[in-house]
Design a protein around this ligand. Structure first.
Ligand code: GLA
Length: 722
């Protein structure tokens, strides 16, 4: 956030009144199709008067002046439901009242407008600024809050939401996404009832594993992909989050999104500003599909690193070799990578540590020098060899963690999060470093920086984080232990800021024992994420479907592996092709036919990746509704589309209807051609090569289920304007 000098404030205040305020009582935050209207009441408090479809006539906004719902409700005053903010002042007074001071608006680029509503307590020197950054074309709003004060002793913050939204609908349907390791993003939709429904996590180093910091809320009636009013929300925070959906006796719903207040009391020093993470949300009155497309567009433009730039296909060695390899074996794998035709080789876990070699997950984490037995000529040699063979090289790091069996643990016991007077508590035999400590932040940064300085040819980093926090205590924070969760995440962001400042375009995969860190707080620094360690294509259809609600395909790493013992190489590949395609497979064990198919598939992917990465996603048939999943990507000009059809474990004599396509131009003619076909695998699509109008394809549809359907079969269909 830019700090504004007084003179600049005056100019912007003027701008804001002329451009954004309908009158001196109203503040309008709006995008192309969505508006959020706030009203300054007689009391000086600010109310949310409207949130939904943008009105056609600006004059109509004057009617929206309800003061039923205070926009950012404070704790300790007259409201008896959950507050957005709750503080205790230096004198012990546990209340806050917020009254309007002014609104400041500014533009960043053509697309984004930031509105800052400054509020202040009339009796205590506490100020709160509500920030709303509205992205016009994407219909996305990013909301966050800044809190500061000038009291004599630190202000105690117990609740400090990023945003609060109010709804007055007849009914509310909440979809949330839950799961576990290797079982991520299970979608569940329920009608909300009176009371408070909380979706949250308390895992410390990551936001999700059991619950993801993502939701869709349908208003009035259940929404589907093309119909209904939907709000899709996501908290950009790599740590404990909480969404509260509290429905009162009048059927009003308040949605409070932010850092989880549980065990997170924050002591804010005078003169310092506490900035909450951003709550990123969109509204659609055309169902969930449009909400997803809004978020995808926003993410590519603003939410992730280089979202409009290409990614690389790769061969990873984790599922193939595990920890067992040496440099000669790796160089031989480079040949497999070139044989397939991928862009990059990714060396996974197991390449480092000498006193306690990293030969399994019990030792070595923290000691980031090359293992002399496995890599006598260091990473440098591998980078060179890769270069000679015409591919790029990438490497796995898990910089935030330490095994007790490591030199790092021996040298710096005070750099580790662990409770005094208690046994150490391990997950995967490891502990978490204390990233609240600036010295540890420097050390973690140096792991990446040394690697890149010594090996500037490295083109890709997989950044892992394989445990959550438990039995947590920070030796650095001393008597401020309730800040450990928040300060850890801020420490991580500090490190990532430095990494990105020096290596702005390095491809980086965000991984956390599978999909533990799939949220926009961390993704801002990364180019893609690892959705799940589960790479069984059948499971991946569901997992990737879940993520596709919030994340564009360019961010979703999807590898062809040997996890499934039943799926054909074609099915595994077709499923991985809906994301950022990669391989983690023993190429030597593949048959000639499988290698030939894969080589061609990578060529096909390279031909189609523009549409898959940057196109608009239309989810046509959900695997939650039928024994198949069908989705398609359409490019900007609607001249090219790619459709993926995945049959699940269909039953004997299963029958399916034709599939109506979406997103095409009804006036254009399109040729539909099946690609990625494999000898010996029968297709259930008989119409390859035919030409149809967009109107026909969207009104009548395609028959993707001709003849007898076998379980776990699939089609990739290229749709090209004629
Ligand atoms: C985690 C990741 C895997 C792999 C291993 C290595 O489990 O999710 O992809 O990198 O760590 O130990």
């Amino acid at each position: 956030m830019m700090i504004l000098k007084k003179s600049a404030v005056a100019i912007l205040l003027f701008c804001s009144v002329s451009a954004y305020a309908q009158n001196d009582k109203q503040i309008i935050v709006q995008t192309r199709h969505v508006s959020l209207v706030l009203t300054i009441g007689k009391s000086g408090r600010v109310y949310q008067s409207y949130f939904g479809k943008r009105l056609l006539n600006t004059a109509d906004y004057a009617q929206l002046n309800s003061t039923k719902h205070e926009a950012y409700i404070t704790g300790g005053m007259e409201d008896q439901f959950e507050p957005a903010i709750k503080v205790t002042h230096a004198d012990g007074n546990p209340s806050l009242e917020l009254k309007y001071i002014n609104t400041i608006s500014s533009h960043s680029g053509d697309d984004a407008t930031e509105t800052v509503i400054n509020l202040k307590d009339p009796k205590y020197p506490v100020e709160v600024a509500l920030h709303y950054q509205a992205f016009d074309k994407e219909d996305v709003i990013k909301a966050w809050t800044e809190i500061k004060h000038d009291e004599k002793t630190p202000l105690l913050l117990t609740n400090y939401a990023s945003a609060m939204l109010h709804f007055d609908a007849k009914k509310y349907w909440l979809t949330h996404y839950h799961g576990d390791w290797a079982w991520e993003m299970k979608m569940q939709e329920d009608e909300l009832t009176t009371g408070n429904k909380i979706i949250d996590s308390k895992l410390g180093t990551r936001a999700d594993m059991y619950e993801a910091p993502l939701f869709m809320l349908a208003l009035n009636k259940q929404a589907d992909e093309t119909n209904g009013e939907v709000v899709a929300g996501s908290l950009a925070w790599t740590g404990n989050f909480q969404f509260q959906f509290e429905m009162d006796e009048h059927n009003s719903l308040r949605v409070i999104s932010g850092i989880n207040p549980v065990a997170s009391e924050y002591h804010l020093d005078a003169g310092k500003t506490f900035t909450t993470p951003a709550f990123i949300f969109t509204y659609s009155n055309q169902g969930k599909g449009q909400a997803s497309r809004n978020l995808h567009k926003w993410a590519r433009e603003y939410g992730i690193t280089d979202g409009t730039k290409p990614r690389m296909t790769l061969l990873n060695n984790w599922e193939n070799t595990g920890f067992k390899f040496d440099e000669n074996e790796l160089v031989a794998l480079f040949d497999d990578a070139t044989k397939l035709g991928v862009d990059l080789f990714l060396l996974d876990d197991g390449w480092f540590a000498n006193k306690y070699p990293r030969d399994n997950d019990k030792a070595g984490l923290g000691d980031w020098e090359e293992n002399k037995a496995k890599l006598p000529h260091k990473v440098e040699y591998l980078v060179k060899q890769a270069e000679t063979k015409g591919i790029k090289f990438g490497i796995w790091l898990e910089p935030e963690m330490v095994n007790p069996k490591s030199e790092l643990y021996e040298k710096h016991p005070d750099w580790i999060l662990k409770l005094p007077n208690r046994d150490e508590n391990y997950q995967r035999n490891q502990l978490v470093l204390d990233l609240t400590n600036p010295k540890v932040q420097d050390y973690v940064y140096s792991i990446v920086d040394n690697m890149m300085t010594n090996n500037p040819g490295i083109a890709y980093i997989k950044w892992d984080c394989n445990r959550t926090m438990s039995n947590t205590y920070s030796p650095y924070l001393k008597d401020k232990q309730s800040q450990v969760y928040v300060d850890y995440t801020l420490g991580l962001y500090h490190v990532l800021d430095k990494v990105r400042a020096k290596y702005p375009h390095l491809l980086m995969m965000l991984c956390s024992g599978g999909g533990g860190r799939t949220e926009y707080g961390a993704l801002k620094y990364f180019t893609e994420f690892w959705p799940s360690d589960n790479t069984d294509p059948l499971e991946r259809v569901f997992i990737q479907w879940g993520y596709s609600n919030f994340f564009p395909s360019i961010t979703i790493s999807a590898h062809v592996t040997q996890w499934s013992k039943t799926a054909s190489i074609k099915y595994r590949t077709d499923v991985a092709m809906m994301g950022r395609l990669g391989y983690d497979i023993n190429v030597k064990k593949m048959s000639d036919a499988e290698v030939q198919f894969s080589k061609q598939a990578i060529k096909n992917y390279n031909r189609l990746n523009n549409v898959i990465w940057y196109g608009d996603l239309y989810r046509l048939i959900s695997p939650y509704d039928e024994d198949r999943a069908v989705l398609m990507y359409v490019n900007d000009t609607k001249s090219k589309a790619v459709l993926f059809n995945y049959f699940l474990n269909v039953r004997y004599k299963a029958q399916f209807n034709t599939v109506k396509l979406q997103g095409l131009d009804p006036q254009k003619n399109y040729k539909v051609e099946e690609t990625n076909m494999m000898d010996g695998i029968k297709s259930n699509f008989n119409d390859s090569g035919k030409v149809y109008s967009g109107d026909y394809l969207m009104t009548v549809g395609l028959n993707l289920s001709a003849g007898k359907i076998l379980p776990q079969t699939s089609n990739v269909i290229e749709i090209t304007q004629q």
